[in-house]
Design a binder for this molecule. Structure first.
Ligand SMILES: *Cc1c(COP(=O)(O)O)cnc(C)c1O
Length: 413
């Protein structure tokens, strides 16, 4: 997207505001599909938690994507967006048996990640096929909070528990239709990914009725200049070849599935904020914007580094700034970044604001969550309104006559 278009959107819809470039999402989807054109049946299931606005889900649906969901509410959103139940896979972690049964009743595919639930679900519903989430114990990923396949991870059924798993399957007579792994975000080393895939193939041989193998996600996208990204073309070539070999050995054309979130939507997103104050201290120049980690928590949560551009002064001299939010605790978006000279009132654009940004926003400090705008074919569409004061208090219950000012002071019993 052009900076001029972003500036215009900030002018029209106010700030802060999230903007998503639909065409970038489409080109990422096509790029991934093309990388795996060597396999006969490919299924991408967009991970809804990355960005779950219903218009984004509808866009994914028209592209032919399925949906990866991690809560019953995401399942419901997906159905509302028009996904067929069988195009939705439900991959929860640590949820109750009841919630899994609710999802099964809606007709979506079920992915189970622990033996306790597998045993209970199989015992009650041996006729409903399930996919199992395997933990291959491969250390992949960047920050330890987003690396989910290692030995200490809470995710998946350990490969060392396969004998136990097989006994459960045999005793309950349940049907395993897929196997799955998701080793976490930010895979850089394709060989590590292929190694984990071998473990999945080995595991797959234990099951006779598979329809698909789901390799999860973890595609890394560049966040700043010089960042390495997952080479999806190389991965596509190597994994497709290996997958086809495996299918021949297995005796059935299985579906190769992925569940990309970040890869599809991260780079499509921009978060636009306005600089309220430029404050020169003895050691730093702070640019304080009209937002904070209530709207974009990734830098504070994961140490994520979002590139920041001053789109109001793109040709200005570059200077060093720390960009901070207005939240009343440490709230740093970026430290000592070279940014084109900033004046109060300038609009700063945060890049890679498509994945895990709006969906993690909160009302902390009693602030409104920002609006979302979708840019498609050179036109801006408002896809979520800015919150207002009514939204903020709508679920609060103001108990009458409990602490009303005119009455006596509150006391202890
Ligand atoms: C979050 C998640 C994904 C998406 O991961 P990205 O790094 O955003 O691609 C895929 N699968 C599962 C099970 C997830 O929990």
């Amino acid at each position: 997207m052009r900076q001029a278009d972003l500036l215009k959107i900030a002018g029209t819809y106010g700030d802060p505001v999230y903007v998503y470039d639909a065409e970038k999402i489409i080109s990422q989807y096509n790029r991934l599909t093309k990388a795996f054109s060597g396999v006969k049946h490919l299924q991408l299931n967009y991970a809804a938690k990355a960005l779950s606005n219903i218009n984004i889900l509808k866009l994914m649906n028209t592209l032919g994507s399925g949906l990866d969901t991690v809560s019953i509410q995401e399942v419901q959103l997906g159905l509302m967006a028009g996904f067929k139940p069988e195009s939705i896979i439900y991959t929860p972690n640590g949820v109750s048996l009841e919630e899994i049964e609710e999802a099964a009743k809606l007709g979506v595919r079920i992915n189970i990640d622990n033996l306790s639930i597998l045993e209970q679900f199989g015992g009650k519903h041996p006729d409903i096929p399930v996919c199992i989430r395997i933990n291959p114990h491969v250390m992949a990923g960047g920050n330890s909070n987003i690396s989910v396949g290692h030995i200490d991870s809470k995710f998946g059924i350990s490969i060392h528990q396969i004998p136990h798993l097989l006994r459960i399957v045999e005793l309950t007579k349940m049907n395993i239709n897929g196997i799955h792994m998701h080793t976490g975000s930010d895979i850089l080393d394709i060989d590590v990914f292929l190694y984990a895939s071998e473990i999945l193939f080995e595991t797959a041989k234990n099951f006779k009725n598979l329809d698909f193998i789901d390799f999860g996600s973890g595609f890394k996208v560049p966040y700043k200049k010089g960042d390495i990204e997952t080479n999806v073309e190389e991965l596509g070539k190597k994994l497709s070849t290996r997958f086809n070999e495996f299918c021949a050995e297995y005796g059935k054309e299985l579906t190769l599935a992925f569940e990309p979130g970040k890869f599809l939507v991260s780079e499509a997103g921009y978060f636009l904020t306005k600089v309220n104050v430029v404050k020169q201290t003895t050691s730093t120049v702070f640019a304080s914007v009209d937002s904070g980690f209530n709207h974009l928590i990734r830098p504070m949560l994961y140490g994520a580094s979002h590139q920041i551009e001053n789109i109001s002064n793109p040709k200005g001299r570059e200077r060093y700034y720390s960009v901070v939010g207005y939240i009343c605790e440490t709230d740093t978006f970026a430290s000592n970044r070279r940014i084109n000279e900033i004046s109060e009132g300038d609009i700063l654009s945060f890049k890679n604001a498509g994945a895990y940004c709006f969906t993690m926003a909160s009302n902390y400090n009693s602030r409104f969550r920002p609006p979302e705008v979708l840019w498609y074919k050179n036109e801006a569409h408002l896809i979520r309104e800015r919150e207002n004061f009514d939204n903020l208090i709508q679920n609060q219950v103001d108990v009458k006559n409990l602490f009303d000012a005119k009455k006596e002071k509150a006391t202890v019993k």
